[in-house]
Design a protein around this ligand. Structure first.
Ligand code: UD1
Length: 449
């Protein structure tokens, strides 16, 4: 197990390139199971979550390989021979539940473990199940597993009671091979949903309206593999934008779609940062001590993303004045508050809102990441804090950031990754089992076993 060691209070400067979107590529890997021929994905971030999803596909009989010196991830679905998803992997990563729709469409039957909750909330799957039922499937629950069966999938009108990203993606994939037309109302409008639809369309699917509240899918008989490049990761981009603002630095964040980060840019501007947008990048400049408080509320896209809430909380803690931050997407996404307080942040929780009084003079401490984005927030706090910060729980951060410490070091941060010492290991949370072949920065092997 490892920790990040950071010596903070240094302004970041330079250029950083954002990797492909984790949340776009995970459903695309599941979608590759719908095709009869191989799918090639480009701009795939080499992250632990991608490895986990690749292992789910491999366990189902597909062949997943990293080719072209790591530039292409190729999924060959010919060997797909199982409708039972491996329970250990599904419980480890919630997004692996996304194989349910493709397996149902291919086999007419799926058996899969119920994905558990996680640190940020209960995260039910009722909307996914509602959609499967509407498409003609029968559902049985028992022994921590769920079985979904459908002799024929038939298009339907599905009203999602909430624009869930995962449920929208699940319907898109399942309805592609259903008979007739499916209309999804109150669909999620996230760029990752739009990118999945684009990938499915290049596989032969007929989808209209992705990126709006109503999506229409005309079922087709079969899909063929395609070649698709994933969009840049807007959450990774937002994290580096906050890093620049928080340290009073000047950073060009390369490989972003400005449209995707509008809410983030708007909030940073309100706080007094200078944001200059270019066609594929954004320049962020801020002066230390000159950031102002602001209020923000997380919402489905195009609202402010919940996946940047912890990072913005760290940023608001060093801004002048009182900010009100409200989390509406997940019910328990405030576990980073206690850790930020240990570094000197003044944050008071009231139900789903946090009142943040700034500016706090953050100082280094030993802090523990409870989930991916909380970990990122603590690293950002460490970059702004005086003295030495240790962020434990690096395995959470590795799920979603490619070479975080390398990219930050190249911007001038003093950050290193170090193993926990023997006496520290006893105090650490139990490690997630990591397969031996995972390199330090999670390099996919030629064949994923
Ligand atoms: C995806 C993202 C995650 C992001 C989230 C919200 C991936 C792999 N993950 O997660 O990083 O934080 O979108 O932008 O893309 N809900 C239900 N019933 C359901 C499904 C969801 O009540 O059947 C609730 C959830 O508990 C949560 C809210 O809806 O409170 C949003 O969840 P959802 O949009 O589904 O998020 P995910 O797809 O799980």
């Amino acid at each position: 197990m490892e920790k990040f060691v950071i010596y903070g209070a240094r302004p970041l400067a330079g250029r950083v390139r954002v990797d492909g979107s984790k949340n776009a590529v995970l459903p695309m890997l599941a979608a590759a199971l719908l095709a009869d021929t191989p799918t090639t994905l480009l701009e795939v971030p080499q992250l632990q979550d991608v490895v986990t999803m690749s292992r789910v596909l491999t366990a189902l009989g597909a062949d997943v390989r990293l080719e072209g010196g790591g530039r292409r991830l190729v999924v060959r679905p010919h060997g797909l021979n199982s409708f039972e998803a491996p329970a250990a992997l599904v419980r480890k990563m919630r997004a692996s539940f996304l194989v349910t729709g493709p397996l149902l469409a291919r086999f007419g039957r799926v058996r899969i473990a119920l994905p558990g909750g996680c640190a940020i909330g209960v995260r039910p799957i009722d909307l996914h199940l509602k959609a499967f039922k509407a498409l003609g499937a029968e559902i049985r629950l028992g022994e921590g597993c769920i079985e979904v069966q459908a002799r024929r999938l038939r298009g339907a009108r599905i009203y999602l009671d909430y624009p869930s990203v995962g449920a929208t993606e699940q319907v898109l994939m399942t309805a592609c091979l259903a008979e007739g037309t499916t209309v999804v109302e109150d669909a999620a409008e996230e760029p990752e949903v739009v990118d999945l639809a684009a990938c499915l369309r290049s596989m032969g699917a007929r989808i209209q309206g992705a990126g709006t509240k109503v999506i229409r899918i005309e079922g087709v008989r079969s899909l063929q593999g395609a070649r698709h490049a994933t969009i840049p990761d807007r959450i990774e981009a937002g994290t580096y934008m906050v890093a620049a603002a928080m340290t009073g630095g000047e950073v060009f964040v390369d490989n972003v779609v400005p449209e995707h980060i509008k809410a983030i840019s708007a909030k940073l501007k309100e706080m007094g940062a200078e944001i200059t947008e270019y066609s594929t990048g954004v320049q962020v400049r801020a002066r230390r001590g000159e950031l102002r408080a602001t209020d923000l509320k997380t919402q489905p896209y195009p609202g402010f993303p919940t996946d940047l809430q912890p990072q913005f909380m760290a940023l608001l803690s060093v801004a002048r004045g009182t900010s009100l931050l409200t989390e509406t997407v997940f019910e328990n996404r405030f576990l980073h508050v206690a850790e930020l307080r240990r570094m000197g942040a003044r944050i008071h929780l009231e139900g789903r809102s946090a009142v943040i009084q700034g500016p706090a003079d953050l100082s280094g401490a030993e802090v523990h990441a409870t989930d991916l984005r909380a970990g990122a927030a603590l690293v950002l706090a460490g970059l702004a804090a005086r003295g030495r910060t240790e962020v434990w729980g690096v395995e959470h951060v590795d799920r979603g950031y490619v070479d975080l410490e390398g990219k930050l070091s190249r911007l001038g941060a003093l950050i290193s990754r170090e193993p926990l010492r023997a006496e520290e290991l006893a105090r650490a949370r139990p490690p997630e089992p990591v397969p031996e072949w995972l390199g330090r920065h999670v390099t996919l092997p030629a064949a994923v076993k």
